[in-house]
Write a protein that binds this ligand. Structure first.
Ligand code: B12
Length: 217
């Protein structure tokens, strides 16, 4: 790892937005590769989770680390805007299922898609199915990306996958998030759902799509 994860975690927990950003910006390996930058931020947030579990930090500390990480992600995206690929005309919609608050990973994935030239809409945390369906049927994305982190939310996943996958333009449904990296979620999904365990896999998927001529209607 090009960065000391503990040092980054401490800066996130202090809410030190500028120093956390500088750590990423000044490490050229991270500034050049969103993949690596997002990986270190993921590890830092996982360490925040461990510290919370061990009662080393409070819920308020966890929230501060989250808002600081979110800031760093937005600043990263802004700083790298000029390296973005020109638009490929493809649309991707991103959302977390109802009651699911963990959206930082979804934001990373949305930013990666943008970097590859996709037009994205990031609907964030906790989106009831009816609104997901309404937006997807109006905006007609080629891809709908869903994030799920908490096990008791997984039961709802199959409804999202089925209803979104059955829309008239039949978007490809990608499912990721902490649960997808830990368990086989195929029993909640359809045969067409793409389960994505980590950043490496989504990068491979995005590379594969580069040559694919499909676009939205
Ligand atoms: C920050 C955090 C919160 C924040 C969320 C803020 C936010 N806006 O995201 C807050 C404080 C709100 C929160 C709340 C809760 N949390 Co919480 N939280 C975390 C923590 C510390 C970090 C999560 C995170 O940001 N990880 C970093 C991201 C980048 O990783 P990621 O989501 O896995 O995403 C990666 C991939 O999965 C992938 N990906 C993600 N989404 C998608 C989507 C697609 C389409 C694709 C292709 C890929 C993809 O991309 C990312 C790239 O690396 C974790 C600890 C952990 N180990 O994850 C606990 C954790 C997930 N939380 C947990 C719990 C229990 C809760 C609460 C119930 C209680 C609490 N106070 O913590 C509530 C429940 C809220 C709810 N209903 O959802 C537990 C879950 C345990 C379990 N058995 O399910 C964890 C593991 C903490 C722990 N150690 O116990 N939490």
């Amino acid at each position: 790892m090009p960065v000391d994860i503990k040092q980054l975690t401490d800066l996130l927990l202090e809410g030190n937005e500028d120093k956390a950003w500088e750590l990423i910006e000044t490490e050229s390996e991270l500034f050049d590769s969103s993949h690596l930058a997002f990986e270190v931020l993921t590890h830092a947030m996982q360490l925040v989770g461990k510290l919370w579990e061990e009662n080393e930090i409070t819920v308020a500390d966890e929230h501060l680390a989250t808002t600081t990480c979110d800031y760093v992600l937005s600043r990263y995206a802004y700083a790298k805007k000029k390296w973005k690929q020109p638009s490929n005309g493809k649309r991707a919609l991103f959302l977390c299922i109802d009651q699911e608050q963990h959206y930082l990973g979804l934001k990373m994935i949305s930013l990666l898609f943008e970097e590859y030239g996709w037009d994205t809409r990031l609907l964030g945390a906790n989106l009831p199915l009816e609104y997901a369906v309404d937006t997807a049927s109006k905006w007609q994305p080629l891809v709908v990306g869903i994030s799920v982190a908490i096990l008791y939310n997984a039961d709802q996943l199959s409804k999202y996958v089925t209803e979104l996958g059955n829309l008239s333009n039949q978007p490809e449904v990608l499912v990721g998030g902490r649960l997808a990296s830990m368990y086989d979620l195929s029993k909640y999904c359809s045969t067409n759902t793409v389960l994505v365990p980590d950043l490496k896999e989504i990068k491979l998927w995005l590379e594969e799509q580069k040559g694919d001529g499909r676009d939205h209607g």
